[in-house]
Design a protein around this ligand. Structure first.
Ligand code: HEM
Length: 474
């Protein structure tokens, strides 16, 4: 590749969300699946150490921007023996996650920080045998029959939150949906009697701190606060685990299940540490991700009144003014398609990681043991060979049954054996609050300073600002 593109310019094209209006970057003559280093100064990556909220989005976005532009595989200019790659070509992604998945694990520096906090949680566990056991044990947490319970829980809590909206002031929807997600998980895990407010506050502090730890050295401000929040979170969870173990009355909630769940093969149960790790994982993987997609959904609706109107008409036509249920969503095809489409454009985890175990080839590039792969659904979803209309947000992009080819390049929840088990939970706790918002609101509009389509980076990538004005019905 000889064309010269700076990371800064790539990032600008990326954050504008308008590749078509940045013709310098989106050149149709750039060959597909180009392989090679991202042009730019190597030193820029020293920037990893300066602030997760300012620098990291720029670097991540620049990497993904380069992948979008080059459509395929990009080697990042990181000094050292270990190579860092952004992977987005659907065929490469499939090889890494599905057909040669045993050659790509979750070891290495990129998962290291998350793993040090998540321990042997289902998301971060690397040992294949333990992962298999945990995946089986955690099955009931995600099974379809439990999803209407979770949906009811989430709807009840959302009803209460919407009742507190102040019509005069923009609502920060990412914040609202984050709180909703935490409260829903707290009740699902610990039941209604739990100290919801305290756990919710601690969980939020821990996960915001964790995002910082990914990119900041331990001596930076914030690290001590994160360590204190983590210790307090752990104390609380361990005390609940101990209380459950010593109680003679079993409780019918997820923690009660995890504390007494046994490995069907060996008959042994989870240790306290392993139960804590699963609780941590559910929070880590669960609330921020769904809240991110919901915040983008509201933002897109506020930018596009005709879509808002069509979706609102559909919800009112099917549900009227009664509270919607999970079963109702079967009759809301537009809303379902909209949810899928927002996941496509804003897949919550813009990147997730893999470590290369043995030498392999991805297309014409050789990857070596220890290389780190950054798989980017965000970039894959914008590959014009698979989704010709995906440059700008099109609410109808996925309003049809996906072809096998489209399905192969649609991976908001990952692919293969480590695919997200929480997809249905995300749907249950995502689509219903949206339906209820459409029911309650006559209009959504953006305040003058709304940050456009720029994102901020936590562990997921919510909008830079998710403040939206709501005009409530009646
Ligand atoms: C819109 C919301 C969500 C998105 C976009 C999402 C996305 C993902 C992705 C991309 C992965 C694969 C990561 C990898 O392969 O390295 C994943 C894994 C996982 N997700 Fe989700 N997720 C969402 C919601 C949830 C929820 C609600 C839960 C549970 C409360 C959850 C629990 C998990 C777990 C436990 C894993 C690890 C699975 C394994 O390794 O076996 N996710 N998620």
């Amino acid at each position: 590749m000889t064309d010269r593109v700076s990371l800064r310019r790539a990032e600008r094209a990326y954050t504008d969300g308008a590749y078509a209006s940045a013709p310098v970057f989106v050149r149709e003559d750039v060959p597909f699946m180009a392989t090679g280093p991202v042009p730019g100064k190597r030193g820029r990556f020293a920037a990893f150490n300066f602030g997760p909220t300012v620098v990291f989005p720029a670097v991540t976005n620049a990497c993904i921007g380069a992948a979008v532009r080059r459509r395929g595989l990009v080697r990042l200019p990181v000094p050292g023996r270990r190579a860092y790659w952004v992977v987005s070509d659907p065929e490469h992604v499939r090889r890494v996650l599905v057909t040669n998945a045993e050659n790509y694990d979750k070891a290495g520096p990129l998962y290291g920080v998350i793993a040090s906090a998540g321990g042997e949680g289902l998301f971060t566990v690397n040992d294949p045998a333990l992962w298999r056991t945990l995946r089986q044990l955690m099955g009931p947490a995600f099974q379809r029959s439990n999803m209407s319970t979770v949906a009811e829980l989430s709807s009840r809590l959302w009803q209460r939150r919407m009742a507190r909206f102040d019509p005069g002031r923009p609502v920060d929807f990412f914040d609202e949906f984050k709180q909703l997600g935490i409260e829903t998980l707290v009740e699902y895990l610990f039941g209604e009697t739990a100290d919801t407010g305290r756990i919710a506050w601690l969980a939020q502090s821990v996960f915001e701190g964790l995002a910082g730890q990914l990119f900041l050295p331990g001596w930076m401000p914030g690290a001590a606060r994160y360590a204190r929040a983590m210790a307090a979170f752990d104390d609380l969870v361990y005390s609940m685990i101990r209380a459950r173990r010593s109680s003679s009355v079993p409780r019918d909630d997820l923690l009660g299940y995890l504390v007494f769940a046994g490995d069907p093969q060996t008959g042994t149960g989870l240790t306290d540490r392993q139960v804590r790790d699963q609780v941590f994982t559910l929070f880590m993987a669960g609330f921020d991700s769904t809240a991110t997609v919901l915040a983008w959904a509201v933002k897109y609706l506020a930018r596009d009144p005709p879509s808002f109107g069509r979706l609102r008409a559909e919800v009112l036509g099917v549900v009227g003014s009664r509270p919607p249920t999970l079963a109702d969503t079967a009759d809301l095809p537009r809303l379902r398609a909209f949810w899928q489409t927002v996941l496509h454009y804003q897949p919550a985890f813009r990147i997730f990681f893999r470590n290369v175990v043995g030498a392999d080839r991805l297309g014409d590039a050789a990857v070596s043991p220890g290389d780190q792969l950054m798989i980017s659904p965000y970039a894959t979803h914008r590959d014009p060979r698979y989704f010709p209309g995906a440059r700008h947000f099109d609410p109808d992009l996925l309003a049809h049954p996906l072809t096998a080819r489209e399905r192969s390049a649609h991976l908001p929840f990952g692919q293969g054996r480590r695919k997200c088990p929480g997809e249905e939970m995300a749907y249950a706790t995502g689509v219903l609050p949206l339906a209820m918002l459409l029911q309650r609101c006559d209009a959504l509009s953006l305040p003058s300073l709304h940050g456009g389509l720029r994102n901020r980076y936590a562990i997921t990538s919510p909008p830079l600002s998710s403040r939206v004005r709501v005009t409530l019905h009646g």
